[in-house]
Write a new protein. Sequence first.
Length: 399
Amino acid sequence: MSLLLDIKKRNAVLLDMAQLLQKERTSILEANKIDMDSYLGDDIAMRDRLKVDQGKIDGMILSLQQLAAQEDPLGVERFSFEHDNGMQVSNKTAPFGTILIIYESRPDVTIEAAGIAFKSGNKILLKGGKESLNSNLFLVDLWHKALEANEAEIDWVTYLQFNRTETQAFLEKPTQKVDLIVPRGGERLIAFVKQHATCPVIISGRGNNFVYVGEEADLEMAIDIIINGKTTKISACNAVDKVLISSDLPRKQQFLQHLIQELQKSNVEILADDAIAGMEGIKDIEDDNVWYEEFLDYKIVIGQSSSLEDAISKINTYGGGHSAAIITANNEKAEYFMNNVDTAAVYHNASTRFTDGGQFGLGGELAISTDKLHQRGPIGLQHLVTNKWYVKGNGQTRG
């Protein structure tokens, strides 16, 4: 077992890693080009997540620099108590130990998620998809160089080059200690990990997010928020897939026509329920199971809700527990919606695309959890910790 690295050394590794990314930009792009050229699938979300460009490298560098500037999340006292017998009892944050991150496509996870896990004192096992192998191996090699430059063991960051069968075997019977698993990917990956893992799993990333347009909505605002949520990054788990419109919305037909026109500019496929069906440019829903689906594509479902309570019920039934928004000028109804919708993030008059660790002031995220234990929503540096009890005495025994 490797002893915990002190905060100065952890920060030095992160800053050296940022410098290596800056220095090796061309090589990173070359490694990623091999992966991009080799990917023959037609999953546009997968391809979007796979691609590394200068902007993504900038983001990786910034995330490491921000991490290095943040306070140490370890040893933070959460509770203290002086026992009647004189013992000093306190509870402090502590690392999990070893975190396995299983992810598809996204080479930036190799930097940003691993950086958060490392800063919070954990050893990291990375299991990326075969589609991003060249990018990931090059980035892990940079991790090892940064660790060696600071006289730290390179096994703080380890890449598991496993196929599906080997991954399943490792999940069921790990050949080394694993304290926490974080899957980053689609529903099939998450289901696979949940089925076979023998240690705690943080469920991350399923979206299927809803926007409810209330009868007192600013209609221009509603269209801007829906278009932003649907079209700016279809591969994001915080994208919008479903829109519910109040049956009492004034100028409802005008609003729908305008919304459809704007969605069509981005070639979004539009499905609608019976209450809205029949309008030009939209298709009827053929299978109600579509309400449960996360699309990760240029596709959206529009439906009608008879009341605020009906909208809340539909979101809680079909949504992924990630994000939901209400568009309304009525603050009381917005508060009611936000208190009763069962999602990790709730919005009033804003885009669901903000559900992100960086946007929420966390300086990046390991994942966006749709679980309720132990942290919900974006998991930042300060959340990727467990705790430990410290008891200091001078010979006390219990009668």
